[in-house]
Design a protein around this ligand. Structure first.
Ligand SMILES: Cc1cc2nc3c(=O)[nH]c(=O)nc-3n(C[C@H](O)[C@H](O)[C@H](O)COP(=O)(O)OP(=O)(O)OC[C@H]3O[C@@H](n4cnc5c(N)ncnc54)[C@H](O)[C@@H]3O)c2cc1C
Length: 441
């Protein structure tokens, strides 16, 4: 690969936001480089084995379309069709809580990105930036080839941690008022799972993805893993295989290498306990084996940028609408507790109490993607400008695809006109987005 090639745009981070950004920018005709530190694309879905996509619908119709839906559909074409989510609550849940097959997702994503003409640089970490008068000039990266600097005219930070913003001296918030972030989870996959037996039990007991019936029984017998209150989710990913979003590691800073190491090791040490619970209380899991855990612990939260507009909890409850809407979404405020003590678990209740009625949604404004103080940098994904409550909703993957896609289109428009991100025509941005499938009203 020619590192000295001139790029219009560099996208840092190849999760849902980065894939959306890189693909939409390249498809709109500009030269794009996507840089990812892992050996594959997908972000938390592949890098942390998060087992399912949150809803793409508002309960009655798809509201996240465009690139996110395209990738979902391509993955589904080749994937196992989970019986678990069909006809639940009388609706065919084709687009909500779709289980992820990480191997298909990795391949489908990279093939689409390559086809768009975008260059991909895997196994490469962005380690620094060169900034001049609020403009990023280049990123410093490190890979097995050593350290190098790559230049572009525009940048999109999709690192999930707002690394580019932080490295550039930009403003951001971190965690709650005590400086704590949501717990992390080492997701894992089990094999030798008797799917038919599990489905029989699920149908008979009205069991759902949180395994409420099994959890209740284990708690009555004092055999539910310590400091855990629920199973965040099980997804049937293949016949005989399930993915678990189960277990929390508390009190660590995901931006601190030593803390992250401790969290990773602590999470892995608890997997036998979780397996014992599953084998004893979940019909179908009696002979299950631990197939794999995520390549890394899943991280729900770190930085949130300070942007031209900050989405707030009030915006969520008001079903806010903006003149510069670039996406709409409806997932509830889902904040996993930062500590195992009971009070913090109150925060989780909002997941239930904040749920919208069918058909309702809020808007995400373009301004929430523009970090204060920069003219050629956008942010997409879980770190867009929001308060912590709102981040509990916009952080999930369908919304990240959508903010990424919008940032990519914005970069293409600005690059073609050599203008900065604030002087874009919102009308043109919205028209282009809708043309490629985004649903904005
Ligand atoms: C345990 C857990 C369970 C979840 N459950 C669900 C769920 O059920 N459904 C759902 O839809 N969402 C779920 N989420 C939320 C969702 O997975 C993430 O919030 C979402 O993936 C964020 O997307 P993103 O593109 O902003 O960042 P990420 O997915 O984190 O992607 C960022 C990418 O950037 C790369 N990167 C980071 N720093 C650098 C750097 N300096 N240089 C180069 N590359 C870099 C990373 O390797 C990564 O691939 C869950 C999250 C966790 C942690």
């Amino acid at each position: 690969m020619n590192y000295t090639k001139e790029y219009d745009l560099i996208v840092a981070g190849g999760g849902p936001a980065g894939i959306g950004a890189a693909l939409s920018a390249a498809r709109n005709g500009i030269k794009v480089l996507l840089i990812e530190r892992a050996g594959f694309l997908g972000g938390m879905a592949t890098n942390a084995a998060v087992p399912a996509f949150c809803p793409y619908t508002d309960g009655e119709k798809v509201i996240i379309s465009g690139i996110g839906l395209e990738i979902l559909n391509l993955m589904k074409q080749e994937s196992y069709k989970s019986p678990f989510y069909d006809n639940k609550e009388g609706r065919l849940k084709e687009y909500d809580w779709v289980p992820i097959d990480p191997e298909i997702l990795k391949r489908v994503s990279e093939q689409l990105v390559i086809k768009s003409g975008c260059d991909i640089l895997l196994h490469t970490v962005v380690t620094g930036v060169t900034v001049l008068n609020g403009m990023i000039k280049s990123v410093n990266v490190h890979n097995k080839g050593g350290n190098l600097s790559i230049h572009a005219n525009y940048f999109i930070d999709c690192t999930g941690d707002a690394d580019l913003v932080a490295m550039s001296g930009g403003e951001y918030e971190y965690g709650d008022e005590l400086g704590l972030v949501q717990a992390g989870t080492l997701c894992f996959r089990i094999a030798n799972f008797d799917t038919d037996r599990f489905m029989e039990y699920a149908r008979e007991n009205g069991e759902d993805g949180n395994l409420n019936v099994a959890v209740k029984k284990a708690k009555e017998n004092n055999e539910f893993p310590k400091d855990e209150r629920y199973v965040a989710g099980i997804a049937l990913q293949a016949d005989g295989m399930a993915g678990l979003n189960f277990g929390h590691v508390y009190h660590f800073n995901p931006l601190d290498g030593a803390d992250l190491t401790r969290a990773e090791i602590e999470a892995r040490s608890r997997l036998p306990e979780f397996m014992n619970f599953l084998k004893k209380y979940v019909p179908g899991a009696e002979h299950a084996v631990l197939a794999s855990s995520g390549p890394m612990i899943g991280l729900r939260e770190s930085r949130r940028i300070k942007g031209d507009y900050k989405l707030t909890k009030e915006d969520y409850y008001n079903r806010a609408n903006f003149s510069d809407t670039i996406a709409r979404y409806s997932y509830p405020i889902d904040i996993h507790a930062a500590t195992p003590n009971h009070d913090d678990y109150e925060a989780n209740r909002e997941y239930v109490t904040s749920k919208y009625k069918i058909g309702e949604a809020y808007s995400i404004p373009y301004r929430a993607l523009i970090p204060v103080g920069f003219s050629n940098l956008l942010v997409a994904g879980r770190t867009i400008s929001s308060d912590r409550a709102m981040m509990g909703s916009v952080r999930v993957m369908p919304a990240c695809f959508a903010t990424g896609e919008a940032a990519g289109v914005a970069a293409a428009i600005c690059s073609n006109k050599t203008i900065d991100f604030r002087t874009i025509s919102i009308k043109e941005l919205q028209e282009k987005l809708m043309k490629q499938g985004a649903i904005l009203n």
